[in-house]
Design a protein around this ligand. Structure first.
Ligand SMILES: Cc1cc2nc3c(=O)[nH]c(=O)nc-3n(C[C@H](O)[C@H](O)[C@H](O)COP(=O)(O)OP(=O)(O)OC[C@H]3O[C@@H](n4cnc5c(N)ncnc54)[C@H](O)[C@@H]3O)c2cc1C
Length: 446
């Protein structure tokens, strides 16, 4: 009998977690993991070499397997002989852990794991399964396909392109390494990507000032030194966005009166968020994205306390300056640098500034309709997938089955991770993705 085969496109955390989960199943099918990068497992988030870049979730919550929550901590402890449970581990360690998870899964499985290095450029339905086409001509036949392509390249404000300003990509370490010592930089975006880069650049004591700009200039908040206690009760949140916000704010105020930090409230909300999100109307989701998202992001996606201390030092010394507002004009300046006009939020006054580099730190774009990626374009153009109406990723049903342009979910094409943010909102971090990976393995293995 022909063995079943599942093709997974993308071998970052999401792809690796689904592969490991499938291979754990009894009589697991074969898995073909397709990755355009050099390594299988780390993906974009955990593939960098910098040990100063820490995970933003404690090690105790970063196991690939929800039913073996100490897997990552035990892996760390075995290597470093200390207890890492409450620590924020270096991201390169996590990348190595993910590679090891795949190796272990492959050794023990009934089905085979085949790692294919290549770029998937199309995925066509050839009944009863799929054919994935690779750049350069190869094809892979599969009974089911998992789209785990993850974080897509971000989009830059057009002002830079029209001004002839070359913008470096923060996720391209080669481009950033080519920066000359002592150069000043403007980073577009004030989130966790900007912080990674500020830490890297500021290691050079001569680095010029680093400016970081976003519309509101909101910096992510820090995690507490001690982890939040497990939730005792869940907050009953109404399905209406304004009412839910009202109830949540009241809860935070009551907690503050009892001396409990707001971080606990945000962490407790996390398990409920996908359900609440799915109960909101499209109009309410859009309202959230327009008005509340920046606030949500900085309170929800926090960084390790030790990183917070370093960022505070950089700010206090003036080496890192956070700006709010926008760049209204940009052009090439003297000495290879760029001349920019910055308008501060809430003001009409423009300030002239000169920097040697502009770096895009805006993070991943979730708007697939503008995607330059061949696979995504083909799936949308052929009507095999459709964008989520709220503009975040692909539309799927509650089981992560990709919905076609005609509104039908495919039984054998699924997705997870950042591409499902429109459906679940809470879908980009390990604690959520690993649960979906396990559910998808159940679904695909019948
Ligand atoms: C810098 C950074 C740090 C983060 N830190 C944390 C953290 O500490 N804790 C946490 O819980 N979450 C963190 N996250 C959130 C992160 O999104 C998830 O944890 C997770 O990495 C998402 O994995 P993914 O596989 O979906 O995406 P990605 O990591 O983006 O991986 C997708 C992979 O698919 C490959 N790919 C894409 N298209 C194709 C194609 N057509 N053909 C072949 N291969 C393809 C890419 O090369 C890539 O390797 C972080 C995110 C970033 C960006």
């Amino acid at each position: 009998m022909k063995r079943r085969r599942i093709a997974i496109v993308g071998a970052g955390f999401s792809g690796a977690a689904v592969a490991a989960q499938i291979l754990k199943r009894r009589r697991a099918p074969d898995v073909v993991l397709i990755e355009r990068g050099r390594r299988f497992g780390p993906g974009l988030a955990y593939g960098g070499p910098e040990r100063a870049h820490l995970l933003n979730v404690r090690a105790a919550n970063m196991s690939v397997f929800p039913d073996q929550p100490d897997d990552f901590v035990r892996w760390l402890n075995r290597r470093q002989r200390r207890d890492h449970a409450t620590l924020f581990a270096p991201r390169p360690h996590y990348g190595a852990y993910l590679e090891d998870v795949l190796d272990r899964a492959a050794r023990r499985a009934w089905g085979r794991l085949k790692r294919v290095r290549g770029v998937a450029i199309a995925c066509r339905m050839v009944e009863p399964g799929w054919v994935v086409e690779l750049e350069g001509g190869g094809t892979i036949e599969a009974d089911a396909v998992v789209l785990a392509t993850g974080n897509a390249a971000s989009v830059m404000p057009s002002v830079f392109e029209s001004g002839g300003v070359a913008v470096l990509d923060a996720w391209n370490p080669e481009a950033v390494r080519r920066m000359r010592r002592g150069e000043s930089a403007l980073m577009i975006g004030v989130g966790l990507t900007m912080i990674d880069l500020a830490l890297t650049l500021s290691r050079d004591a001569r680095a010029g000032p680093i400016y970081a700009l976003s519309r509101r200039g909101l910096l992510p908040r820090a995690h507490l030194q001690d982890p939040a206690p497990a939730a005792v009760t869940t907050l009953a949140l109404p399905s209406d966005l304004s009412e839910a916000l009202h109830v949540f704010r009241r809860e935070v105020r009551l907690m503050a009166e009892k001396g409990e930090p707001w971080q606990h409230a945000v962490d407790r909300l996390r398990a409920q968020t996908p359900d609440l999100w799915r109960r909101l109307t499209l109009e309410q989701q859009e309202r959230f994205l327009r008005h509340l998202r920046p606030w949500w992001d900085v309170h929800r996606h926090r960084f390790a306390p030790e990183i917070a201390a370093r960022v505070a030092e950089l700010q206090a010394s003036g080496r890192l300056r956070i700006l709010s507002g926008e760049i209204v004009s940009a052009k090439r300046g003297s000495r290879g640098g760029f001349e920019l006009q910055h308008r501060q939020r809430g003001s009409l006054v423009r300030h002239r500034m000169e920097v040697q580099r502009v770096i895009n730190c805006t993070g991943s774009s979730r708007d697939v309709t503008n995607s330059a990626d061949s696979l995504m374009r083909q799936l949308l153009d052929d009507g095999l997938a459709r964008a989520h109406a709220n503009g975040l990723g692909l539309d799927t049903d509650g089981d992560c089955r990709v919905i076609s342009a005609s509104g039908e979910p495919h039984a054998t094409m699924v997705t997870l991770g950042p591409l499902t943010q429109g459906v679940f909102w809470e879908s980009t971090a390990v604690p959520e993705i690993r649960v979906r990976a396990a559910l998808l393995a159940d679904l695909l293995c019948g």
